[in-house]
Design a binder for this molecule. Sequence first.
Ligand code: OSB
Ligand code: MG
Length: 362
Amino acid sequence: MELLRVAMPLVVPFRTSFGTQHTRDVLLVRVVTPEAEGWGECVALAEPVYSSEYVEGAQHVLRTHLVPRLLAAQRPDAAGVAVMLAGVRGHRMAKGALEMAVLDAELRATGLSLASRLGAVRERVPCGVSVGIADSVEQLCEWVSGYAEEGYLRVKLKIEPGWDVEPVRAVRERFADLPLQVDGNGAYTLDDAAALGALDAFDLLMLEQPLAADAVRDHARLAERLATPLCLDESITSVTAAVDAIELGACRIVNIKAGRVGGYLEARRIAEACALRDVPVWCGGMVETGLGRAANVALAATPGFTLPGDTSASARFYAQDLTEPFVMSDGRLDVPAGPGLGVTPLPAVLAQVTTAVERVRG
Ligand code: OSB
Ligand code: MG
């Protein structure tokens, strides 16, 4: 097992209610088995601002607690990884990265694609794009116009108190038919219900995670006051959390990010639980490199993912992706069909962006 850190420069700084990213500091997991190599990408950000996990913490828990547990097992298979790691509480992003690497190696050894393993029913997936907070409404409209011209099928605007009704109104006025949604990343409270209610005027597909991750009952209260459907992201950490949120009336749509829930296998179980309750889901993003993007596209191709996800092209974030780039055509990305993830890091690029390599033994 190897833990690698790569520094990926972003084409444009990405600002959300929790801060601005200029470079994506990514933790990768590389597993080498007698049969194959596998890659996992950890979605933890550099700082604990989206969730409590962060990249150094994830690397620490992998090195100290997770990888040793896995290497102590006789024949670690992907479906058993979560079970083996269940004694460690939380740290879902770190666990998810490890499971992803083992899954990739296992699939490469058998020649099966991740998409087939997850039960994909589509060969292409529709693309949405997440647009950060801009310096001005003019700049935001320029960005949106560029993405619309590129062919993105829906646009998500990041919002925060003070950057919500006016930018959304401006975008809606200029792009009357554009499928549009917004994401608050937990920056609001129930006291902001009036401002959030003003967003009902703009025909939004959904309002994503306006309140704090643990404010599930408040989301249910807010939902009663809004026409716009609520979608949860940060709050949905497991099948249990998803079912509870739905049954409480806290959301009508679920954003599924495999890393946030401990891996692609749990992500599929959440999609199944949502489908049983007629709740549409979509695949979120964490500014992944081509590795995580490949896996997200595979997940987005599975049943229940009926809304365009934050599965954008590589060029949305990276001038040079770590893998062969994901290129959009007709607003869609092809689902990789090769064994495992179907993509691997380009050796020259990997060498260029790697900032640290750590070998971990049992
Ligand atoms: O809340 O969906 C989010 C990026 C980093 C952390 C959280 C979020 C996001 C995004 C970008 O919105 C999604 C992407 O395109 O990768
Ligand atoms: Mg979100």
